[in-house]
Design a protein around this ligand. Structure first.
Ligand SMILES: Cc1cc2nc3c(=O)[nH]c(=O)nc-3n(C[C@H](O)[C@H](O)[C@H](O)COP(=O)(O)OP(=O)(O)OC[C@H]3O[C@@H](n4cnc5c(N)ncnc54)[C@H](O)[C@@H]3O)c2cc1C
Length: 600
C-alpha cells in the first residue's frame, strides 16, 4: 500500500531559509507567525493527514460515492475523518479571526492543503471548496451572511460549492442558460441545471451553501449569449433566513453523480435548480449607460475572486499528488532488485542490484522531485506575494501583479507536471504500478482531473497570453523580468553560483525573446497567440522554477547536510536537464500557427 510522509522539513526550509517569513511579520496574518508556531502547525497537520486522511485514500477510491434515493453517500470513514479535521480547527485555518478562524495567511493554508491533496485529494476537496466559498461571501460583504452563514462554514458545520458548469457550457460561460428572476422581497428564484458540481451533495454536513452563477433576464424576459447579465448568488440547500433561522429544503435536487476515472471519493453531482431561493452577491447591478456595451457584470468579480483562489488550490493539488507519487516511486526503487548497474554489479552477493542504480531511474526520480519541490517553492512565493499585495508596503501593487501573472502558471504548470510526476512515480513500479494492488495507479488517475477543471490548462495558457501579458502596458511581465534580471545581476559575480546563474539566464533570455515575439506577432495574427500559449506558459514555468532552484541553491551552498545537499543536487539537475527545454520551447513558439491551422 502507498506510503505518505508529510514533507514538513521541506516546508520548514521554504519558510525559514528561502522566504524568511521572520522578515515579513508586518504582513497581514504574519504577526503571530513565529518559527515555533509554524513548526507546530506543520508538524500537527502533517501527522493528522498521515494518520486520518491517508488511510482512507485507497478505500475511498475502491468504494466511491453512492447515489441512493436522490441523496449522496460518501465512502466509509469520510464522515468521521471530516469531523476530526474540522474538530482540529484545520477548516478555519485561513478564515479571519472575526469569522471564527485562525487568520493564517495563504502561504500556511497552502501547505496544509497540500498535505490534504497528497493524503486524500477526494476528501481534501470539501474544505478547499468551502474555504473558497466563505472567502467569496466575506468578500461580497453581506452583513447577515457574515453573521449567520460564514461562521458555520468556518467551523465546517456546513460546506460550500462552486456551481458554474452546465451541460453545454463549461469553458464558455457566455452560453449558460440558468436564469435568476428577482422577487418583490429582493431574493431571486433560480431555474436551471448545473453539472459536475464537486460536493454538490454529500452526507458530511446538514447544509450546503452553493455559490451559483446565473443570468438575470432583460426587461423582455430574454437571456443573452454574453456575460453582461451573469450574476453571482448564494443558494443554500436548506433555506437560511436573514435572521439566521433555518427553513425548509430549497428547490435544489441532485440528479445523479458521475462515474469517473479518478477522485472517486469526491461526489461530482448534477444539480437541478427548480425555483430555488437565492440571494444575489456583490454590488447592485446598475443599468447600462446609453451606448455602453458590457462584457461582464459586477457580479462576475466575486466569482473571479473565488476562481483565482481555487486555481491556485488546484495547482497545489498537482504538487500534492506529485509528492506522494514521488515518495512511493523512490521507496520502491530502493527495494526492488532488477538488473545490474551499467558500471558493474554494485552488490555482487545479491542476485541483482537495486532498481535505483540505473541512471534512467534516477532521471525519473530527480525529474519528479525537482518538479514537485520547484513548484512548491513557486506556489509559496506566489502566496507570499498575495500577502504583500494586501499590505501597505510600497511594492504591494507589483506583488499583486506578480501573483496575478503566476496564478495560471501555478495552476497549469503545477498540474501538468504534477501529472507527469505521478506518472513517473508509477513508472518506477514497472508492471506492478499498472495493477491496482499497489495503489500507485490511483495517483495517475486522481491527478488527471487537475489539468481539466478550474479552467482547462490550455485555457489557463490563453488567459496568460491573452490577458495577463498585455494589461497596463505589459506591467506584469516587465515586473517579472526585473525580478529575474535582478537576481541574475545579484549573483553574476559569485563563482560558486555560476552554473545556477547560467541556467536562469538561459531561460530568461528565451522567455524575453518569446514575450517580444508575442508582442509583435499576436496582435497581427491572433492564431499565433493561441498556437504559442501552452508552450509560453510552460516556458514561464521552466524559467520560474529555474529561479526558484537558483534561490534554493544559494541558501544551500556550504551547509553540507543531507537536506541542503539534496537541494543542490535538484538545482543542478534543473539547470542541466530541464533548463535546456527553454530554447526548444522558444523555437516552437516562434514557428507560429501556420502548420496548426492546416488541420480543418
Ligand atoms: C471531476 C470534475 C469536477 C468538477 N467540479 C466542478 C465544480 O465544482 N464546479 C463547476 O462549476 N465545474 C466543475 N467541473 C467542470 C470543469 O470545470 C469543466 O469540465 C471544465 O471547465 C471544462 O469545461 P467543459 O468540460 O465544458 O469543456 P469545454 O469547455 O467543452 O472544452 C473542451 C476542451 O476544449 C479546449 N478549449 C475550450 N475553450 C478553449 C479556448 N478558448 N482556448 C483553447 N482551448 C479551449 C480545452 O482543451 C478543453 O479541455 C468539474 C469537472 C469534473 C470532471
Amino acid at each position: 500500500m502507498p506510503i505518505y510522509r508529510a514533507p514538513v522539513d521541506d516546508f520548514r526550509f521554504l519558510f525559514t531559509e528561502l522566504l524568511e517569513l521572520e522578515r515579513h511579520r508586518d504582513l497581514p496574518g504574519f504577526g503571530e507567525l513565529s518559527p515555533e508556531l509554524i513548526d507546530d502547525i506543520l508538524t500537527n497537520a502533517g501527522k493528522f493527514h498521515e494518520k486520518v486522511f491517508q488511510p482512507l485514500n485507497r478505500s475511498g477510491d475502491e468504494e466511491g460515492c453512492h447515489f441512493e434515493n436522490g441523496t449522496v453517500r460518501t465512502p466509509k470513514g469520510f464522515k468521521e475523518a471530516y469531523k476530526a479535521y474540522c474538530g482540529a480547527g484545520w477548516n478555519g485555518l485561513g478564515a479571519p479571526e472575526s469569522a471564527g478562524g485562525a487568520g493564517m495567511p495563504p502561504i500556511i493554508t497552502m501547505a496544509i492543503n497540500e498535505f490534504g491533496f497528497s493524503s486524500n485529494q477526494s476528501l481534501a476537496m470539501f474544505p478547499m471548496l468551502t474555504a473558497g466559498a466563505y472567502g467569496a461571501l466575506l468578500a461580497t460583504d453581506q452583513g447577515w451572511m457574515k453573521q449567520h452563514i460564514v461562521p458555520k462554514m468556518v467551523t465546517g458545520e456546513w460546506t460550500g460549492t462552486m456551481c458554474l458548469t452546465e451541460p453545454h457550457a463549461g469553458t464558455d460561460l457566455r452560453l449558460m442558460k440558468t436564469r435568476a428572476v428577482k422577487q418583490p422581497d429582493e431574493t431571486y428564484r433560480i431555474n436551471g441545471t448545473k453539472i459536475f458540481i464537486t460536493g454538490g451533495d454529500q452526507d458530511l454536513t446538514e447544509n450546503i451553501i452553493h455559490l451559483v452563477i446565473a443570468k438575470i433576464p432583460d426587461g423582455n424576459g430574454v437571456i443573452h449569449d454574453d456575460l453582461s447579465t451573469v450574476n453571482f448568488f448564494m443558494v443554500p440547500k436548506f433555506l437560511v433566513k436573514e435572521d439566521g433561522t433555518i427553513g425548509a429544503r430549497n428547490g435544489i435536487n441532485t440528479g445523479g453523480i458521475e462515474h469517473k476515472m479518478g477522485i472517486k471519493g469526491s461526489p461530482t453531482c448534477v444539480l437541478n435548480f427548480d425555483d430555488a431561493v437565492a440571494w444575489r452577491l456583490g454590488p447592485k447591478p446598475t443599468p447600462p449607460k446609453p451606448g455602453e456595451k458590457r462584457s461582464s457584470s459586477a457580479g462576475m468579480a466575486g466569482m473571479f475572486g473565488m476562481m483565482n483562489e481555487a486555481r491556485l488550490g488546484v495547482g497545489v493539488q498537482g504538487i500534492g499528488i506529485g509528492e506522494v507519487a514521488y515518495q512511493n516511486g523512490y521507496a520502491y526503487a530502493r527495494e526492488r532488485r532488477v538488473g545490474r548497474a551499467p558500471t558493474g554489479a554494485k552488490e555482487p552477493d545479491q542476485h541483482a542490484d537495486l532498481e535505483i542504480v540505473h541512471p534512467d531511474v534516477k532521471n525519473m526520480l530527480l525529474r519528479a522531485r525537482s518538479l514537485v519541490e520547484g513548484n512548491r517553492a513557486l506556489a509559496a512565493w506566489t502566496a507570499l506575494n498575495i500577502s504583500i499585495s494586501r499590505s501597505t508596503r510600497p511594492d504591494a501593487e507589483t506583488a499583486g501583479m506578480l501573483a496575478d501573472l503566476m496564478t495560471p502558471v501555478v495552476k497549469a504548470f503545477g498540474t501538468d507536471t504534477g501529472f507527469e510526476a505521478a506518472n513517473l512515480g508509477m513508472q518506477c513500479y514497472g508492471g506492478h504500478g499498472y495493477i491496482r494492488e499497489n495503489g500507485v495507479e490511483q495517483f495517475v488517475r486522481d491527478s488527471r482531473i487537475n489539468m481539466i477543471y478550474e479552467g482547462a490548462n490550455g485555457v489557463q495558457a490563453m488567459d496568460l497570453v491573452g490577458r495577463k501579458l498585455n494589461r497596463k502596458g505589459a506591467a506584469a511581465p516587465n515586473a517579472l523580468f526585473e525580478v529575474l534580471n535582478g537576481w541574475i545581476g545579484e549573483n553574476d559575480k559569485d563563482e560558486a553560483m555560476k552554473a545556477f546563474v547560467d541556467g536562469v539566464k538561459r531561460c530568461t533570455v528565451a522567455l524575453q525573446a518569446a514575450t517580444l515575439w508575442l508582442a509583435s506577432n499576436a496582435s497581427k495574427n491572433p492564431n499565433d497567440a493561441g498556437a504559442a500559449a501552452s508552450d509560453y506558459l510552460r516556458l514561464m514555468g521552466v524559467t520560474m522554477l529555474a529561479l526558484m532552484w537558483g534561490k534554493m541553491a544559494k541558501v544551500s551552498l556550504g551547509k553540507g547536510d543531507q537536506l541542503h545537499n539534496d537541494k543542490l543536487m535538484c538545482a543542478r539537475y534543473w539547470m542541466q536537464r530541464v533548463a535546456p527545454e527553454a530554447p526548444m520551447l522558444l523555437e516552437r513558439i516562434q514557428s507560429g500557427s501556420v502548420v496548426l491551422m492546416e488541420l480543418e
